[in-house]
Design a protein around this ligand. Sequence first.
Ligand SMILES: N[C@@H](CCC(=O)N[C@@H](CS)C(=O)NCC(=O)O)C(=O)O
Length: 227
Amino acid sequence: MAAGAEVRLLGERLSPYCIRVQQALAVKGVAGYEYVEEDLERKSQLLLSSNPVHGKVPVLLHRGAPVCESLVIVQYVDEAWAGPAILPSDPYERSRARFWAAYIDDKFFPSWEPFFKSNTAETFKNALPAVGTLEGALEECSNGKPFFGGDSIGYVDVALGGYLGWIKAVDEVAGTSLLDGARFPRLAAWAESFAAADAVRGASPAVQDIVAFYKKMQAGGETGASH
Ligand SMILES: N[C@@H](CCC(=O)N[C@@H](CS)C(=O)NCC(=O)O)C(=O)O
């Protein structure tokens, strides 16, 4: 479904929040939209006027109307375009998916962020309980299928999927394995299935690009203000 210039995404190439929106657009088959890379050190007037409350990317502009906050954008994309459903149709299942997506941003990421900032044994250990909770969530949501969404990539998958490249990059630099198969067999298998899925592969940046950026950040060459 070619979107043309009626759809614009203001983003930043390696932002996990922008990646998840691009993954959702890809799942939905929305193609040919205009992607506008923002310099977060010098935000464009368009970004500031489209998202005056937060001034953050991503912002989706649909026929000029701005939609802000990545999880809100994913829900909007699911509702505004036909194509494979991202959220479950059953209201209770939808509520579970929204609950776990919020958990990923509100609990998982803040528990992993200290490790992201300083790779120590202690910060790594402190990140593990939230990963364990997600392992249980995957069991609960997937019914034994590969994705949180079941047989296909859904809302919780893109919520976590936006972070996956970063998780792999940080692991590579730190010599760790956050989604370790021995500890978290379901999430480890999920990570493989997600990375291999045709629906999102083209919408996710190469892990090596994130590794290079992360190393620069650690060396003080990137501000990392955006992450
Ligand atoms: N909760 C927001 C987070 C977005 C976010 O933190 N974006 C960062 C880039 S990763 C940003 O725009 N930072 C610029 C700033 O904080 O001024 C979402 O889900 O969209």
